[in-house]
Ligand binder design. Structure first.
Ligand code: ATP
Ligand code: MG
Length: 783
C-alpha cells in the first residue's frame, strides 16, 4: 500500500490541488510569498512518492542553482519523514541525529541525485554534454562533448581580441562590453551575423556584424559555447534532429518551471519542444503520464532587459490548454494567501503595485498578523543611510538575541551602492557578504585553475591555453606566444596543436622552446590521465606539477595566502560536486563551475548580513529587509523615467524587494548621494509617494490621505482616479484587432484581460517585444 501522503497537509487546498494534479498542463499564478515554489517542491515529492515517477523523468527549472538545491533538500526531508515512520515508527524529528543523517543520505543517493533540476543554463549544458556532437550550425560547424563554456569575461576578452587585434579597430569606439551586449541581444533574437547586418546596415551595425561573425568562428574553433548558445543550441538541435528530440521528450515526462514570468522566447521554445515533441502545443493531445507545470507572477517580471517576456505566461492556457480561456480553472490555479510577510508589509506592497496599469488584478491575503509598521528613513547622505542601518541591526539583534546577522538583507538597485554600506559594516565589525559581487569563479587564481582543467578537458580551448601558458611564469615571452598564435591562425588549427608539436615549437619558439615543450608535455600527460582520474585528483595534481602552488607559496604575502586558500576552497567544491552529482567527471564539474553564481553560495543560517541587488533577491526571503536608495533616478532608475513601461518594470522590482521581508521592512532614501564619483542632491523616489502613509512610520516625502488598511486590494488608485474619464474606445478592442502605437509600431491584440472597469490588452508588435497595455492610459490606434 502506498504510504499515506500526509506531507500534503503542509499545503492549503489550492496548493494541494496544484500538487495533486497529475497529467496535462497546469499553471499556478499568484502573488509573492503565496507558496508557489513550495507547491512546485511538493509536486516533485508527490510525483516521486505517490505516482512512483522515476526521478530521471523529472525536469525542474529553477531561477538559481541554489533554489534547485533547496528544493532537493526539501524533497529529502519530506521523504525522510515518511521513511522514519516506516522504518522506525517514529516521526523524523524524534530520531537521533545519526539516524536522521542515515535516512537523509539513503534518500539522497536513491532519489535527488537523479533529478534533473537547475537553471535553464545548467540543464541545457547537461543535455549538450550528451548530444552536442549531433548538432551542426548554419555554417556546418560542429562541437564535441567536451566543449568549454565561456563566461562573460571570457566572451568579452574574445570580443576585445577581435576588435583590437583582428580588425584593428579602436576599442574606445567599439567598447568590447557594448559590442558583446549587442552580439548577445542578436543571438537572443535569433539573428545570425548576416541577418543582423541586414537589419543594421549602417557603419556601426556592419562592424558589429563582422565582429559577431568572427566571434562565432572563434567560439567554434575553441570548441566553446557562450551563455547565449547554451539554450539556443539545444533548441536548434531539437529542431534539426527528430531522434534527439524524441529521446529527451520521452525522458522528461514531467516538466516544472519556477518563475515562469521571466522566461524568454528561446527558453519557451525549449520547454515547448520537450513537452510536445515538436507538435504544435494546441494540437498536442498525448498527455498520458506527462505534464507541464509552471508557476509565476506577472507582477514580479523583472528581466525584460534579458528578453524575458511575461506574455509567455499569459499565453500558457491558450497554448498548452488547447485554447482554453485565460481564467479557465481546469488548467490554472490561483493562490491567494501570503504566508511570508506580515500584514503591514504586504499591504504596502499591494498598494504600490496597484499603481501599475499593465497588470492583472489579483488577491493576496495576509495570514501572519499585522507586525511592526514599515519604517521609512530620510538620511542626509549615503553614509548616514548606512549608519542608520547599522544602528537598527545592532538594536534589533540586542533586543532579539535569536536574530543572527543572517536574518538581515540589504537590497539596492545597483551594485555600486554596496560600497558605502560595506564601509559602515567594516567599521562596526558586522559580518556581511555581498551576494553577486565578484564571483568566486571570477577570481584570478580560480580562473587560472579552471583554465588548466579546461585545457585538459578540451584541448581546442585556446582562450584557456593563452591564460596559463605562462602562468605561473615559466619563461615563455610575449613574442613567442604571438608567434605560436600566428602560426595557429595561419594554419587554421587550435593553438594547442602548435604548442604540442615539438618540431613547430623548436622552429618558432626560439629560446623559450624548452619551456614550451615542457609545458606541453605536462598538459598532455594530464590529458592522457584524465579519463582514469577523478576531477579532484586532476586539479590537485596539475596545480602542484605546474608549480602554481609553489609560486604562490614563495610569494609569502597575505594576498598570495588568500589565493592559496581559495584554491583549497576550489578543491572542496570539486569534492562536494563528486558527492552530489551522478556525473562526477571533469567535464561535468567544469560545466557546473562556469554556471555557478555567487547566489548559489548563500548559505542558510550563515551569520552574515546579505547585501545584494534587487534583481538577485528574486524568490528569496529574509526576516528583516532594508530597501535602500529610494531616490528618483536611482530607483526608479533614470532610464525608466520617461518610459512608462520601464517605469512599471521598476515598480515591479520594488514590489519584489518589499515582498522579500517576512517580519520587518525598512525603506530609506538620502537627500544627497555620492555615486560613481559624483555628489548630487536627490529627490525621494516617486514610489515612496505611492505607499499608504498610515502604515508607515518615519519620514515619507509627501503624505497621502490616510487609508484604512484593506486586506485585499480593491481597485487600482490610478484606475479610480481615471474612472471618471470617458470610457474611450476600450471595450471595442477585440482579439485579432490590428493596432498602432506611437513607439512600438504596428501590432495585433492577442489577449484581453479583466472586465469592464479595468481592461488590459496584450499586443504582439511586429518590431517590438509583446506588451500588456492599459488602453485607457497608453494611446493605441485601431487600424
Ligand atoms: P515568490 O513569489 O517570492 O517566489 P512564492 O509564491 O514562491 O514566493 P514560497 O517561497 O513558496 O512563495 O513561500 C513563501 C513562504 O511561505 C515560505 O517561507 C514558505 O515556506 C511558506 N509557505 C508556503 N505555503 C505555505 C503553507 N501552505 N503554509 C504555511 N507556510 C507556507
Ligand atoms: Mg518562489
Amino acid at each position: 500500500m502506498t504510504q499515506t501522503v500526509d506531507f500534503l497537509s503542509h499545503l492549503n487546498p489550492s496548493q494541494r490541488q496544484a500538487v495533486e494534479h497529475f497529467c496535462g498542463p497546469m499553471l499556478v499564478v499568484a502573488g509573492a510569498g503565496s507558496g508557489k515554489t513550495r507547491a512546485l517542491t511538493y509536486r516533485i515529492a508527490n510525483l516521486l512518492r505517490t505516482h512512483r515517477v522515476h526521478p530521471e523523468n523529472i525536469l525542474a527549472v529553477t531561477f538559481t542553482n541554489k533554489a534547485a538545491r533547496e528544493i532537493k533538500e526539501r524533497v529529502e526531508v519530506i521523504f525522510s519523514e515518511q521513511q522514519a515512520q516506516l522504518q522506525y515508527e517514529k516521526p523524523f524529528s524524534a530520531l537521533t541525529s545519526p539516524e536522521q543523517t542515515k535516512l537523509r543520505s539513503q534518500v539522497y543517493r536513491s532519489v535527488t541525485k537523479h533529478l534533473w533540476m537547475g537553471t535553464f543554463h545548467s540543464l541545457c549544458a547537461r543535455i549538450l554534454r550528451y548530444d552536442i556532437n549531433k548538432y551542426t550550425d548554419e555554417k556546418g560547424r560542429q562541437w564535441q562533448q567536451n566543449f568549454s563554456i565561456f563566461d562573460e569575461s571570457d566572451a568579452q576578452s574574445l570580443v576585445k581580441q577581435i576588435v583590437t587585434k583582428e580588425l584593428n579597430l579602436d576599442d574606445k569606439k567599439f567598447e568590447p562590453r557594448k559590442v558583446r551586449y549587442q552580439i548577445s541581444n542578436a543571438k537572443n533574437l535569433g539573428l545570425s551575423p548576416q541577418a543582423y547586418q541586414r537589419e543594421n546596415p549602417e557603419y556601426y551595425g556592419r562592424v558589429i556584424a563582422e565582429v559577431y561573425g568572427k566571434y562565432q568562428d572563434r567560439l567554434a574553433a575553441n570548441n566553446a559555447l557562450d551563455f547565449d548558445d547554451l539554450i539556443r543550441v539545444p533548441v536548434e538541435l531539437f529542431q534539426q534532429n527528430e531522434q534527439v528530440l524524441a529521446y529527451w521528450h520521452q525522458k522528461f515526462n514531467h516538466i516544472l518551471v519556477d518563475e515562469y514570468q521571466d522566461t524568454n522566447r528561446t527558453q519557451y521554445d525549449l520547454i515547448r519542444l520537450l513537452v510536445t515533441n515538436g507538435e504544435h502545443p494546441r494540437s498536442f493531445k498525448n498527455w498520458k503520464n506527462r505534464s507541464i507545470f509552471v508557476v509565476g507572477d506577472v507582477d514580479q517580471s523583472i528581466y525584460s532587459f534579458r528578453m524575458a517576456d511575461y506574455t509567455i505566461l499569459l499565453e500558457f492556457q491558450q497554448d498548452f490548454g488547447d485554447g482554453l480561456a485565460d481564467d479557465d480553472t481546469r488548467t490554472m490555479i490561483k493562490l491567494e494567501d501570503n504566508y511570508r510577510s506580515r500584514e503591514n508589509i504586504l499591504e504596502v506592497a499591494n498598494q504600490l503595485i496597484l499603481n501599475n496599469t499593465t497588470r492583472i488584478e489579483k488577491v493576496l491575503r495576509p495570514t501572519r498578523g499585522e507586525g511592526p509598521p514599515v519604517y521609512c528613513y530620510q538620511a542626509d547622505d549615503e553614509a548616514a543611510e548606512a549608519s542608520f542601518i547599522v544602528t537598527q541591526i545592532k538594536n534589533l539583534t540586542q533586543q532579539h538575541p535569536e536574530l543572527g546577522y543572517g536574518s538581515f538583507a540589504l537590497l539596492y538597485r545597483v551594485n555600486a551602492q554596496s560600497r558605502a554600506l560595506e564601509d559602515a559594516f567594516i567599521k562596526s565589525n558586522i559580518l556581511y557578504k555581498v551576494v553577486g559581487g565578484l564571483k568566486f569563479y571570477d577570481r584570478k587564481e580560480i580562473k587560472d585553475a579552471i583554465s588548466y582543467l579546461r585545457m585538459i578537458a578540451n584541448p581546442s580551448d585556446s582562450v584557456s591555453l593563452m591564460r596559463i601558458i605562462n602562468t605561473p611564469r615559466r619563461g615563455i615571452g610575449k613574442t613567442t606566444i604571438d608567434n605560436l598564435v600566428n602560426a595557429s591562425q595561419q594554419l587554421g588549427v587550435p593553438l594547442w596543436e602548435i604548442v604540442n608539436d615539438q618540431d613547430s615549437v623548436n622552429t618558432i619558439a626560439g629560446r623559450s622552446a624548452k619551456a614550451v615543450n615542457q609545458f606541453a608535455q605536462m598538459i598532455s600527460s594530464w590529458q592522457e590521465k584524465a579519463a582514469s582520474s577523478t576531477a579532484l585528483e586532476i586539479l590537485e595534481g596539475v596545480m602542484e606539477e605546474s608549480d602554481y602552488i609553489l609560486d604562490l607559496s614563495n610569494q609569502s604575502t597575505d594576498e598570495a595566502e588568500s589565493r592559496l586558500e581559495n584554491i583549497k576552497e576550489l578543491s572542496n567544491a570539486v569534492a562536494q560536486f563528486q558527492e552530489d552529482y551522478e556525473d562526477s567527471t571533469l567535464g561535468g564539474f567544469l560545466a557546473n563551475a562556469s554556471l555557478a553564481s555567487d547566489l548559489d553560495n548563500l548559505q542558510e543560517g550563515e551569520q552574515a548580513v546579505s547585501l545584494m541587488t534587487l534583481h538577485s533577491a528574486k524568490g528569496l526571503e529574509f526576516p528583516i529587509v532594508f530597501l535602500v536608495g529610494l531616490e528618483q533616478g536611482l530607483f526608479p532608475n533614470f532610464r525608466s523615467l520617461d518610459d512608462p513601461l520601464s517605469l512599471e518594470e521598476e515598480r515591479r522590482l520594488c514590489y519584489v524587494g518589499i515582498t522579500r521581508a517576512k517580519e520587518q521592512l525598512f525603506l530609506s532614501h538620502a537627500r544627497e548621494r555620492r555615486l560613481w564619483g559624483y555628489r548630487e542632491p536627490c529627490i525621494p523616489s516617486m514610489f515612496l509617494k505611492e505607499l499608504p502613509s498610515d502604515l508607515i512610520q518615519g519620514y515619507l516625502p509627501i503624505s497621502q490621505p490616510a487609508k484604512t488598511p484593506t486586506p485585499t486590494p480593491k481597485k487600482a488608485k490610478k484606475t479610480q482616479s481615471k474612472s471618471n474619464k470617458k470610457p474611450s474606445k476600450v471595450e471595442s478592442f477585440a482579439v485579432g484587432d490590428r493596432v498602432l502605437h506611437r513607439s512600438f509600431g504596428v501590432g495585433q491584440v492577442t489577449h484581453i484581460f479583466g472586465n469592464k472597469g479595468k481592461i488590459s490588452i496584450a499586443v504582439k508588435f511586429t518590431t517590438s517585444s509583446p506588451k500588456i497595455l492599459d488602453p485607457q492610459v497608453v494611446p493605441l490606434e485601431k487600424l
